[in-house]
Design a protein around this ligand. Sequence first.
Ligand SMILES: Nc1ncnc2c1ncn2[C@@H]1O[C@H](COP(=O)(O)OP(=O)(O)OP(=O)(O)O)[C@@H](O)[C@H]1O
Ligand SMILES: [Mg+2]
Length: 308
Amino acid sequence: MINVSNLKKSFDTINALKGISFNIPQGECYGLLGPNGAGKTTTISIMSTILEADEGEVNIAGYDLKKNPLECKKNIGVVTQEIALYNELSAYDNLLFWGSLYNVPKPELTVRINETLTLLGLTDRKNEKVKTYSGGMKRRVNFASALLHRPDVLFMDEPTVGIDPQSRNLIFEVVEKLHKEGITIVYTTHYMEEAERLCDRIGIIDNGEIIAQGTLDELRTSGSMKETVVISFTNLTEKRYTTITKDWNDLQRFGDTIHFYSMNIQGDLSKIILTCNTAGLDINHIDIRKINLETIFLSLTGKQLRDK
Ligand SMILES: Nc1ncnc2c1ncn2[C@@H]1O[C@H](COP(=O)(O)OP(=O)(O)OP(=O)(O)O)[C@@H](O)[C@H]1O
Ligand SMILES: [Mg+2]
């Protein structure tokens, strides 16, 4: 459905994209996960014809973006990172404006606007000026404006940044609903929880490059990363530690604490605890450190996905 091949883009001296490629089959929700400045918006802007690439190709629903930009655009809905709304107009009138750009006939447009306002929980306030809305409500109107022409493909660029939990949840629910209905989605975020929850496959992007790509499970198992069970004890002695090492050799001791490393904590946890019991150790505290997108990003780049 979407083929992106070797996209490159520079702004003066900044190499924003250094050869981005990915293929997204119809109906997939693909996440582009990366920190500030990684190149997410630049990629989305090129795919939605807002920017032109220096090199590379984009094909959407069988149309080459350079040769047939209009055909491509008909199929795409874009939820931009920067909210593009008229503050002095109501949500309803904003949507009327956006819908008319797509040549949806007026009676049909009226029906769709009302449906979309309901979908995004905006019906009660639909006639009030957007300037009186909360950030989360504005984001929901921004989202609604991308759906009016019923696109087959949806690009969403960090649609939940800086909003209240209720708006965020509602946006998630609508993304999940659209996904179930078979829309193809590209969703950018720097929140790993969002990528984990919403996306079938994830491309991890950093410094203008996709540095890893796959399903969450594929990403978890592709590196040589291990999960860790961190156990602290009340009576850890050198002798007991030696006993443990006979049963479990992938481990490290830090004072009263042992880090047990495993590729499969689910399967190994009971064995580790049994080993500790057999060695006569009293467990004080157990902490399980699983592999998630945050730790994968850290292991690939040596830095945090986002500032804490
Ligand atoms: N119009 C522009 N002029 C100059 N530099 C730009 C422009 N747009 C983007 N850049 C630079 O290109 C790089 C990629 O930016 P981009 O906006 O694509 O990142 P992003 O992943 O969307 O980040 P964020 O999470 O902050 O939105 C950054 O270094 C940014 O400063
Ligand atoms: Mg961005």
